[in-house]
Design a protein around this ligand. Structure first.
Ligand SMILES: [Zn+2]
Length: 469
C-alpha cells in the first residue's frame, strides 16, 4: 500500500506527542523517571482526546529497556514487540464487548503469573464503565491487592457510571477536551510535515467539525488528501464532510418555528438526496439556533456575512429568543436519540415533525400547513413494534447474565416497552409486595435496570417506572 493514512502515520508514540494533555504528560513522565509507578490508573475524558493512546504509551514506558526522560524509546525489543502488538504481557480489552464476570475472572487468574518477557503485565480496559456489576466486583478484588508486577489502566468516557470503590483504588487523570486552537496547530503540523497545502479557514472548520477529537480531525484530513486536491480549502471540506449550506439551516429553522412540517420534510429529503450526513446537519442546526439566540444579545459576536446576518434577523422576527434557546436543547435530545439508531432517517423525520407540530399555531390541516405525513408516523410505529417484540426477554436475559437474579425475578410481572416518547417504560401491572417495592426504589436497582435496558436497546435511553405502587 503506497499511501499510509495520516491517522496511522501521526498516531502519538510518545507522551509529548499527545495533543493538549500536558498536565497528564508531565505527571506520568515524572513517575517513570522516579520509578514511582502506580498499580491502577483511571483515564477519563471525551472520545478522541488521547486516553487510549496515552494508555498504550504508558504500557510501553513502564516496560521499556531504555526509557528516555520518562518516554518509551520505541526502539528496544520490548517497545518494538509492543508496537507490533505481539507482546503478550500487554493486554487491551474493550469492556463494551467483554463486559462479563468471566472476562475479569480470566484476568484475575492470569495476574498471578509473572510476566513473560516484560517487567509488568499491563491491562488496558477501554470503556470500563460498560462492565457488569459482577465484573466490577471481580475487578475490585484484584485492585485491592494487586500483585507487584501488574498494572491496570482503565479508560472511560463516563466516569460517573463507575462504582466509587473502583475510582478510589485508582490514580485518576482527567483528560481535557482538545481546544480548537490545539487541533488547528496539530493539523498545520501534519500538513507541513506531509507537504500538504491547507487554508487556515479549512483548518478551523476541521477543528470545529471534529468536536474536540483529534482522531476525527485527522480522518477528515485523510479523506481530503485521498481525494487528490492540491490545496485543501474550506469549500472542499464542506463538500466532503457533508456540511449543509447556509440556506438549508435558514429554511429548516423557518419550517420548524412556523410549524410547517411539509417544508421541513422536503428539506430532509433534499439533504438525503445530496448525500448529507444527518448527524452533521443536526450539529450545524444546533449551532445555528445558538447563533440566532446570540443575535438577540449582540450580533457583533457572530461570524457571518452581511447578507447572512439579514437572514438571521428575519428569523428573529418570526419568533423569540426563548424559543430558539429551547430548540437548542430539543435538537440536542434528537441528536442523542438518533446517534446510535439504525433507523436514523425515520427517527430524524419523526422528531422534526414533532417539533413542527409543537410550533404549529395555525392548527393542523389549514391550507396544507403542518400536516403530519401518515406514512412517516406509521413507519415509526413499525420500528417501535420491532424493538418491543423481544425487548423484555432481552432485558431479563442481560440481568441474568449480570447476576441480578432478584431484579430479574421482580421484573417478570411487569411490561417493558419502548414508547414513542423515546423512553423505555417499566409498567407495573400488579401491586408490589413491600420487599420488591423497596428493592425497586434502590438506586443500585435503578442503575442495574438502566444498564440492562441500554444494552438491550444498543443505545443511551432513559427508563421510567409507570404505575408504580
Ligand atoms: Zn524501549
Amino acid at each position: 500500500m503506497a499511501y499510509m493514512a495520516l491517522y496511522r502515520k501521526f498516531r502519538p508514540l510518545k507522551f509529548s506527542q499527545v495533543v493538549g494533555q500536558e498536565h497528564v504528560e508531565k505527571t506520568l513522565k515524572n513517575q517513570i523517571k522516579n520509578q514511582r509507578i502506580g498499580h491502577a490508573y483511571l483515564f477519563t475524558g471525551g472520545r478522541g482526546c488521547g486516553k487510549t493512546s496515552t494508555a498504550k504509551i504508558l504500557s510501553r514506558a513502564v516496560n521499556c529497556l531504555s526509557p528516555v526522560d520518562g518516554e518509551p524509546c520505541n526502539e528496544c525489543e520490548i517497545c518494538k514487540s509492543a508496537l507490533a502488538g505481539t507482546l503478550v504481557d500487554i493486554t487491551e480489552m474493550d469492556a463494551a464487548s467483554n463486559n462479563g464476570v468471566d472476562n475479569i475472572r480470566d484476568i484475575r487468574e492470569e495476574v498471578e503469573f509473572i510476566p513473560t518477557s516484560a517487567k509488568y503485565r499491563v491491562y488496558i480496559i477501554d470503556e470500563v464503565h460498560m462492565l457488569s456489576t459482577g465484573a466490577f466486583n471481580a475487578l475490585l478484588k484484584t485492585l485491592e491487592e494487586p500483585p507487584a508486577h501488574v498494572i491496570f489502566i482503565l479508560a472511560t468516557t463516563e466516569p460517573q457510571k463507575l462504582p466509587a470503590t473502583i475510582i478510589s483504588r485508582c490514580q485518576r487523570f482527567d483528560f481535557k477536551r482538545i481546544t480548537v486552537s490545539d487541533i488547528m496547530k496539530n493539523i498545520k503540523y501534519i500538513c507541513d510535515s506531509s507537504n500538504i497545502q491547507i487554508e487556515e479557514e479549512a483548518q478551523r472548520l476541521i477543528a470545529n467539525l471534529s468536536d474536540g477529537a483529534m482522531r476525527d480531525a485527522i480522518s477528515i484530513l485523510d479523506r481530503c488528501v485521498s481525494d487528490g486536491e492540491s490545496i485543501i480549502t474550506e469549500q472542499k471540506i464542506r463538500e466532503l464532510a457533508g456540511v449543509p449550506q447556509f440556506n438549508y439551516l435558514v429554511n429548516m429553522t423557518k419550517a420548524i418555528v412556523t410549524g410547517n412540517s411539509e417544508d421541513a420534510l422536503k428539506i430532509v429529503r433534499e439533504l438525503l438526496d445530496e448525500g448529507k450526513d444527518l448527524n452533521v446537519f443536526l450539529w450545524e442546526l444546533i449551532k445555528f439556533q445558538r447563533d440566532i439566540s446570540i443575535y438577540y444579545v449582540d450580533k457583533s459576536l457572530l461570524d457571518y456575512s452581511e447578507k447572512q446576518l439579514e437572514e438571521i434577523q428575519s428569523l428573529t422576527k418570526l419568533s423569540n429568543q426563548t424559543l430558539y434557546l429551547s430548540l437548542i436543547s430539543k435538537l440536542s435530545d434528537v441528536q442523542s436519540s438518533i446517534k446510535w439508531s439504525t433507523e436514523q432517517e425515520i427517527l430524524f423525520e419523526a422528531s422534526i415533525i414533532k417539533l413542527c407540530l409543537e410550533n404549529n399555531k395555525s392548527g393542523i390541516g389549514e391550507s396544507g400547513k403542518g400536516q403530519t405525513p401518515i406514512n412517516v408516523i406509521a413507519s415509526v410505529k413499525e420500528e417501535m413494534a420491532n424493538v418491543n417484540s423481544d425487548l423484555k426477554d432481552r432485558v431479563l436475559t442481560i440481568l441474568k447474565e449480570n447476576e441480578k437474579m432478584r431484579i430479574q425475578a421482580d421484573l417478570i410481572t411487569t411490561t417493558i416497552e419502548y414508547k414513542d416518547d423515546g423512553i423505555v417504560h417499566i409498567i407495573f401491572n400488579d401491586v408490589l409486595n413491600p420487599v420488591s417495592k423497596s428493592n425497586f426504589q434502590k438506586e443500585e436497582t435503578k442503575i442495574a435496570i438502566k444498564q440492562a435496558v441500554q444494552k438491550a436497546m444498543g443505545k443511551e435511553v432513559s427508563v421510567k417506572y409507570d404505575n408504580f405502587k
